[in-house]
Design a protein around this ligand. Structure first.
Ligand code: FE2
Length: 293
């Protein structure tokens, strides 16, 4: 696959870090217009209390409104297991289309079963406005953007490229953070390695923005690096580590990792494009499948 890379287009990127989930949401602005996109928004949840709020999303909305921007796209790099998407809340206020990888259908099939969703839960991706395949292009104002299919962490992961910027989703973390886990249902360490190679084959100077940072070894939170820096220094894949090395390391590491705190509400909401599920009477209601995940 040859991707339509155009390093001459340099969008403005504004990062919003969510302390509760270590997620970074982005507003990306087309340099030639007032059009923009949001990547990976966050809805706030107090899971113990069953309470949803929108402070993080409101900050994104406020920035877009104060700059007079027009929102074209609300992109999900994948079905997140560690935070809930605020895409529908943002769409209601600002418009824009919600897009995700077309393999969302695989994720919906898997978790539709685990959460014992009835036939009213569609597993065809129809909750989203657009489903991307590898290499699909779309516009943010005059800027041509494209999606790269990058499975491994989940079957529906995609990296999104806009001008000289790529949003890594959960493929790579910062060089000293390494890579995302590959042990969720449908995940695969070998596939993740291959997907990371696709990202590393982008131009060296491409700016890379992470979906998460956990400040390893006590350093301050960071989210921006480059393809060149990842190739040289990434602790899991940099410096020419082999596919076999990576699979062995990733598999051993993943066996030690705890389940993400918000995986149960996150999957139920994110597989519905950010809509909360409802019970038979129409109340917003989340389930907990006992010993199901
Ligand atoms: Fe993730």
């Amino acid at each position: 696959m040859t991707y339509p890379v155009d390093m001459s287009v340099k969008p403005e990127v504004s990062a919003h870090f969510d302390e509760a989930t270590n997620t970074i949401s982005y507003i990306v602005r087309d340099p030639a217009s007032v059009h923009c996109a949001i990547i990976d928004s966050v809805m706030d949840i107090d899971y113990a209390a069953g309470r949803i709020t929108y402070d993080h999303a409101d900050a994104l909305i406020a920035e877009i409104e104060s700059k007079g921007l027009k929102l074209d796209w609300i992109i999900e790099t994948h079905v997140h297991a560690d935070h809930l998407s605020a895409a529908p809340y943002i769409q209601q206020r600002l418009g824009g289309r919600i897009g995700v990888g077309e393999k969302i259908m695989v994720v919906q099939e898997t978790f539709g079963k685990i959460f014992n969703e009835g036939t009213e839960f569609q597993r065809d991706g129809s909750q989203f406005d657009a489903l991307f395949k590898d290499g699909d292009t779309y516009k943010v104002g005059e800027m041509t953007c494209f999606a790269i299919y990058t499975p491994g962490h989940t079957p529906a992961c995609m990296v999104h490229v806009m001008g000289d910027v790529a949003f890594a989703g959960d493929t790579l973390f910062m060089p000293d953070g390494g890579s995302a886990r590959a042990d969720f249902p449908g995940g695969d360490a070998g596939q993740l390695y291959d997907s990371i190679q696709k990202v590393l084959s982008l131009p060296d100077e491409m700016r890379l923005f992470m979906c998460h940072d956990y400040g390893p070894n006590g350093r301050a939170i960071q989210w921006e690096t480059t393809v060149a820096a990842q190739k040289a220094d990434n602790i899991h894949v940099g410096g020419g580590k082999t596919r076999e090395d990576f699979i062995k390391f990733r598999t051993e590491r993943d066996a030690q990792l705890a389940v993400p705190k918000l995986i149960i509400p996150s999957l139920q909401v994110n597989m519905r494009a950010g809509e909360l599920p409802r019970d038979k009477d129409g109340n917003l209601m989340l389930k907990v499948p006992v010993n199901g995940i």
